[in-house]
Design a protein. Structure first.
Length: 54
């Protein structure tokens, strides 16, 4: 078993998978950030409170 690490910090198999399938980790992170933003906007009631008090 070879325990040497690849000099770039990533493994060759990971680089091959990214080439074949795209960077799924980055795409997942982007989707999660988008979901968090949308949820934050959906749960922001501050504008509704301002309209109620006017």
């Amino acid at each position: 078993m070879n325990t040497a690490t690849h000099s770039s910090g990533t493994t060759p198999i990971y680089e091959e998978l990214v080439e074949e399938h795209g960077d799924v980790v980055a795409a997942t992170r982007e989707a999660a950030e988008h979901s968090q933003l949308k949820a934050s906007q959906a749960l922001d009631w501050s504008d509704l409170r301002r309209r109620h008090h006017q």
